[in-house]
Design a protein around this ligand. Structure first.
Ligand code: BJW
Length: 246
């Protein structure tokens, strides 16, 4: 890890009024949540086509629910790490601080972040396939699968965004708007493969924002970043925080 670059990141952030952050699965890796595309990533063990598409759910809702039940159990047992905690602290320090996440694990909220744009939903929310109503549900494990809507008796599904599904247009619009206005965008722990989330930093860059990427590995965004900090988010973010000396 290069301390000069960490100091540079701290300097850029200290001088910024409007900051946007995009996080991905890598920020939860140090909590023990598997990423999707890493060495032990979920998509190395499971086929997305079987578990994370609307077609998969229509074909075999019980199988899809069993996978989400397992993941809810896993995520429910882990704790937010220093990366989540640093971002939660910064929300209270910077006047305009937007946290946009692709993660569905709820760890940002558990770390104390209040204003979170969840692009891909949340595993602790269930949605009625008939009425579209969304409810929070923290039971783990869930009982009979698939769970049924207490109001109409139809199936509930995880309130997450699967491949081929559109993101909530209000959330997406807000995310693009925040990216068009920010002065600095931090991109943390995402492989930047999945659209439309991976377009957000490019949009911010086109609008004049400085891009700071934190990731142990290079990504398609690395060449666009003004600063690329290679390493773990749970180590780098607290260090940046120290150099900002709030
Ligand atoms: C660390 C670290 C540490 C490790 N510290 N870092 C062809 C071309 C272009 C687009 C498409 C296409 N065909 C289809 C599409 C669209 C598709 C898409 O983008 N596909 C690509 C894969 C090609 N997108 C969609 O379908 C989206 N909807 C949409 O676009 O609607 C319109 C449309 C539909 C159809 C066709 C065209 C347009 C919806 C996307 C939904 C994504 N859903 C998932 C599952 C969510 C639910 C769940 O979790 O169960 O979201 S997939 C999965 O990927 C999950 C994640 O949010 C998302 C992104 O992954 P992320 O966060 O980047 O994780 P990883 O694992 O990839 O990367 C982790 C990173 O962390 C790595 O870089 C590590 O190095 C790093 N790391 N440890 C910091 N300690």
């Amino acid at each position: 890890m290069n301390l000069e670059e960490i100091k540079q990141a701290a300097e850029i952030l200290r001088n910024a009024k409007r900051i946007a952050v995009l996080t991905g699965a890598g920020i939860s890796a140090e909590s023990g949540v598997p990423t999707f595309r890493g060495k032990d990533g979920l998509w190395r063990q499971f086929r997305a086509e079987d578990l994370a598409t609307p077609e998969a759910f229509s074909r075999d809702p019980k199988l899809v629910w069993e996978w989400y039940n397992w993941r809810r159990g896993l995520v429910g047992k882990v704790e937010p790490n220093p990366a989540h905690q640093t971002l939660a602290k910064w929300e209270t320090v910077f006047p305009e601080f937007a946290l946009i996440t692709q993660n569905v694990d709820g760890l940002h909220a558990r770390a104390g972040s209040k204003n979170i744009l969840e692009l891909h939903g949340n595993v602790w929310k269930l949605r009625c396939t008939k009425e579209d109503t969304v409810t929070e549900n923290y039971a783990s494990p869930l009982g009979d699968l698939p769970p049924l809507c207490p109001s109409c008796g139809e199936m509930l599904r995880p309130h997450v965004v699967w491949f081929g599904e559109s993101l909530d247009p209000n959330i997406l619009h807000r995310a693009f708007s925040l990216c068009s206005l920010c002065e600095v965008m931090l991109v943390i722990g995402t492989s930047a493969f999945v659209q439309p989330a991976s377009s957000l930093p490019l949009y911010a860059s086109d609008a004049g924002a400085k891009i700071i990427e934190i990731n142990p590995d290079p990504t398609p965004l690395t060449s666009y970043a003004n600063l690329s900090l290679q390493g773990k988010a749970g180590e780098i973010l607290p260090l940046i925080d120290q150099f900002m000396s709030f």
